[in-house]
Design a protein around this ligand. Structure first.
Ligand SMILES: Cc1cc2nc3c(=O)[nH]c(=O)nc-3n(C[C@H](O)[C@H](O)[C@H](O)COP(=O)(O)O)c2cc1C
Length: 510
């Protein structure tokens, strides 16, 4: 007897159950088992009874033999009519290109975690990558064939490199080695990976990883800039101890951060455009305040949180002006980037971008600048006395936008506090006149810094309430903030529409 049930619409069943994780939990299996079932288009016989029961408990009418969902009955307390049900949200497809770096093994974790989010993963490995992990490991974890060879006749007959490139909703390169990025930046198509990168019309997300000296090399920097200018998105690298024993920037971003960045790229296509028609200004990064023509005062802000917020707002359809101090991050997709240096320039750029509906001030703006910064290079006096610098206060961008005659509907500030997080943040909320504050600790309990990290935890303080967000990726925190912004703007727009209706009806009466 066949132990699999043929012809069930598994995608519909997964959606009805509430996602892949729900089916995993119900059957007590891992993500690769679900991928296997999806690839076969069938469930094992033993899954029949629990799936049927779970669907019925969720209010679905189910054909007992085929598990076909016939409709949805009224749930307890529900009022909706019985509806015909068919899944219209198939899994999204990611092509995961693995480069030949020491971090290749982490691509396996990326592949696993993507499948938790109803994402089908197909692996492509370079020759270099196969020195570090085997295609078999990736194939087992993705429940799908792994492609390695451009000239394999079987692959060409069954799939073809162009079709492989075109069928993906997103192409991820992890780890993106210096060599692979150099080849892609120069438009080479000398193996399957680079040919796909040339042929694909899908968005591409690269997660570079390499020795810090290789990352800092001008050749790599130029290649990254060229790729970024062509719209390729980047996640990482991050700073820390490297496998080569050195310390610096070059570590592969954590798999969770890569998965989150991938979901952001995917959701840019699938998320509702519920902020469409609204303009948001986001400030990001540090400001640098000149001392003379070569020296400056700056801070450690990386811009990762501000850029992630700009990206998340754009993904929900907002028109975004990102005003950023100097950072080494590429511009997020679909935002207008205005690059500035000092706080004075940042304020001018924000004011020039008004009117706006939303302002998120995530930049770490220097409180002070040097009065009368020298236009040349300050010289040693020769008498052993250092020059004395007079500091003057910088303009307060958050307060200026909060009190501006073209004040955006919603103004959100960030507070990086060293102590008494919520009390200080509340005081800042009142002082600056903004609507919400996102407060985070500059130094965490383990001594690590929020600056330049891919992770963040924060409290969102909105008038009387405070919502605590635990440690998560900055991309995820950005999505949570944007969810709140979207709810708030929906309420405001609804209230405005109601007001319009009331005043229209009043004027009709007079
Ligand atoms: C042990 C070892 C570790 C390596 N790690 C990296 C790395 O992390 N990043 C990188 O860019 N290159 C690394 N390389 C060099 C690449 O493997 C080499 O440039 C290769 O040609 C890259 O192949 P790809 O184009 O398939 O990625 C490493 C080489 C060795 C021998």
């Amino acid at each position: 007897m066949n132990e699999y049930m043929k012809n069930c619409d598994l995608a519909a069943i997964i959606t009805a159950l509430g996602g892949r994780q729900a089916l995993q939990d119900l059957l007590d299996v891992g993500p690769s088992a679900i991928s296997n079932y999806l690839a076969r288009g069938e469930l094992p016989q033993r899954a029949h009874a629990p799936v049927c029961e779970a669907l019925r408990l969720r209010g679905y009418q189910v054909h007992p033999g085929s598990l076909e969902i016939l409709g949805q009955t009224q749930l307890a307390g529900g009022t909706g009519p019985t509806t015909n049900f068919r899944s219209d949200r198939p899994a999204q497809r990611v092509l995961l290109i693995v480069g030949g770096g020491i971090a290749a093994y982490k691509a396996l974790e990326v592949a696993r975690r993507l499948q938790d989010h109803n994402v089908e993963v197909t692996g492509v490995m370079t020759t270099g990558a196969q020195q570090f992990i085997t295609p078999l490991s990736l194939a087992a974890l993705t429940a799908s064939q792994v492609y390695t060879d451009l000239f394999s006749l079987t692959d060409e007959a069954e799939m073809g490199h162009i079709r492989l490139a075109r069928e993906a909703d997103l192409v991820i390169v992890a780890p993106a080695t210096a060599n692979l990025m150099a080849r892609a930046a120069n438009g080479l198509a000398d193996d399957l990976a680079t040919t796909i990168l040339l042929a694909t019309t899908a968005p591409v997300l690269m997660a570079p990883a390499m020795n810090p000296a290789m990352w800092q090399h001008p050749a790599t920097a130029e290649n990254v800039a060229r790729l970024a200018n062509r719209g390729i998105q980047f996640v990482g690298p991050t700073a820390g101890d490297m496998a080569c024993g050195e310390d610096g920037v070059g570590r592969l971003a954590e798999p969770a951060a890569i998965v989150q960045a991938a979901l952001n790229c995917l959701s840019a296509d699938s998320q509702p455009d519920d902020l469409s028609g609204l303009h948001a200004i986001v400030t990001s990064g540090p400001t640098v305040e000149p001392i003379d023509s070569v020296r400056f005062i700056a801070n450690r802000s990386s811009g990762k949180q501000g850029h992630a917020i700009a990206s998340a707002l754009a993904a929900r359809g907002a028109e975004v002006t990102l005003v950023s101090g100097p950072v080494s991050l590429p511009a997020p997709a679909n935002v207008r980037l205005v690059q500035v240096e000092s706080a004075t320039e940042m304020l001018a750029a924000c004011e020039a971008a008004l009117p706006a509906d939303i302002a998120v001030c995530a930049a770490a703006v220097a409180d002070w600048r040097v009065e009368n910064a020298s236009s040349g290079k300050l010289k040693k006096t020769g008498n052993g006395q250092p020059p004395s610098l007079t500091l003057v206060e910088n303009p307060d961008i958050l307060n200026s936008l909060s009190t501006h005659q073209l004040r955006p509907d919603l103004v959100i500030g960030f507070a990086a506090e060293a102590s008494d997080l919520q009390d200080n943040a509340r005081a800042k909320l009142a002082r600056k006149g903004c609507d919400w504050i996102v407060a985070n600790a500059v130094t965490r309990s383990d001594g690590s810094s929020v600056f330049n990290s891919d992770m963040n935890s924060a409290s969102l303080i909105t008038g009387e309430t405070a919502i605590d967000w635990p440690m998560m990726t900055k991309a995820e925190l950005a999505v949570r903030l944007v969810n709140h912004i979207t709810d708030h703007m929906a309420d405001r727009l609804q209230a405005a529409t109601l007001r319009d209706l009331v005043s229209q009806s009043a004027s009709n009466r007079t």
